[in-house]
Write a protein that binds this ligand. Sequence first.
Ligand SMILES: Nc1ncnc2c1ncn2[C@@H]1O[C@H](COP(=O)(O)OP(=O)(O)OP(=O)(O)O)[C@@H](O)[C@H]1O
Length: 585
Amino acid sequence: MRQLFRYYRPKEYFWLLAALVFVFFQVYFNLKLPDYMSEITQLVETEGSRMADIRANGWEMIKCAFAALMMAVISSYIVTKLSATLTYRVRRQLYEHITKFGMAEMNHFSESSLLTRSTNDITQIQLFLSMGMQLMMLAPVTAIWAVTKIWNKSWEWSALTGLAVVILLAVIIILMKFVVPKFKIIQKLTDALNQNTRENLIGLRVIRAFNAEAYQEKKFEHSNEDVTNVQMFTQKALATLQPIMYLVMYFLTLGIYLIGANLIQSAMMADKLSLFGDMVVFSSYALQIIFAFLMLAAVFMMMPRAQVSAARIKEVIDMPLSIQEDDFDGETDEKGTVEFKNVTFRYPGAEEPILKNISFKIKKGQTFAFVGSTGSGKSTLIQLIPRFYDVTEGQVLVDGVDVRSYRQNALYDKIGYVFQKSMLFNGTIRENIAIGEKPCSDEQIQRALKIAQADDFVARKSGLDTPVAQRGANFSGGQKQRLAIARAVAKDPEIYVFDDSFSALDYQTDAALRRALKENCSSATVLIVAQRIGTVLNADQIVVLEQGECVGIGTHKELMETCDVYREIALSQLSKEELEHASHA
Ligand SMILES: Nc1ncnc2c1ncn2[C@@H]1O[C@H](COP(=O)(O)OP(=O)(O)OP(=O)(O)O)[C@@H](O)[C@H]1O
């Protein structure tokens, strides 16, 4: 929690100090009220008092109460503003750090946990700062001031007040012992609940199609019940605090009046009136002290929850980045080359390597295709080029330079990566295609759409201004793929990486798209991961992967003669005649 305060700038500490001064005056006015009460009581009890005096004291009381209210409003305003500023900055830093996360960090936390941490956990902190900071100032000032006011009155009254405070503290400590450990559990369970809700919403159509509502609902109910049970426990425990507090307060008032009655009875006639006034004042101050301790208790109740949240946020902010960028700006003599040198790769935490000792070099303008059975490591291999993961052994070089030496942006500038699952963002087609830092004119976008065979269906909709729903929900799978390809083309990169990006296209569109790419982007290097032999057989070189090992590199013709795995894949898709024909074409 303490570390959160480093997000404040020096001038904001001044505002904190100002809030403290306002709180100080608020307490001053609050604690002046019983003095006037005592004055009024004495005037009422004294024979021959003037009504005007009583009214004047009453008027002073109103002014004091109003002044205390004003001070409270101003200090709340300052504290609320300061807490909102701090949480804004924490949220921004959290977001900026998360955007630099590699896949390893994303897998470590999971998306839903990062979402909970960026929203719910930050709200906990904001709640604590806005309410807690105020109470933290108000409580000690009130308690200390009120104690000094009653210090020199009867010791019996003071002892009784002390006893009430001790009882309250004991109750609070016992409650905290039970409740605080549950806060950590609540945040963890909220993570799980969010994950469940998110999964259910994203997979709603699958759930319906498979009549799996009952099953998913049961899973959801389970998470929901877990959170509810723990929350019920904490709420029930905390709910006992209020009645106990009132009980202690009533007994304290009763005790003060009982002691007061005895004192008045045994006092001289002349002292009786002033003792009565003291009793009224004392009971007011004693209640203020009890309230102050309750406020502190509220702070201590809120603090552990906020501490848990702060620790969860800190865990993300302090997470070292597995991908540390270097400072090479990407200016190279060699252009458009990709080289793998004895690359071995193991996923973080996995025992077995997924890629074993892979080596090849792609020259500028060449097309390399990667084939192999599912799970053979094709996607993993190409993910090493933009450094989504770092190699375990060996080197990946782009334009002759190790990818680890690049500034991330400089490396990304060279690569147009089209993912296996096309990702479109809420907005328009124009915004989705001209998404990068480089400015992109409408002509460039239209050209990219044409190459990606997407111009027809975009024109049939509302052109570049066609709205795109979240995740591109208003487009078909093939349309989404074409838009994702157009996004890469508009970037005009040196190197294209297509991770099974033609799978949702029909054969005709697939062929037309590859032809258009060849005609318009002939100088670009292309890497294609594909399942269809038809997509890869015209590639300059085909790399065949089998369980993470490279079992063949060559042209379609060469591999048909030399590589059993390739021949098997090819023959499972096309007949001998078709393959013969394709090889000669
Ligand atoms: N994030 C990950 N963490 C751990 N293992 C992973 C991860 N992603 C993939 N794998 C494993 O790595 C292996 C290779 O997966 P990869 O996605 O590279 O295969 P692929 O050849 O592209 O398959 P497909 O053709 O089905 O897309 C698989 O066994 C998979 O289980």
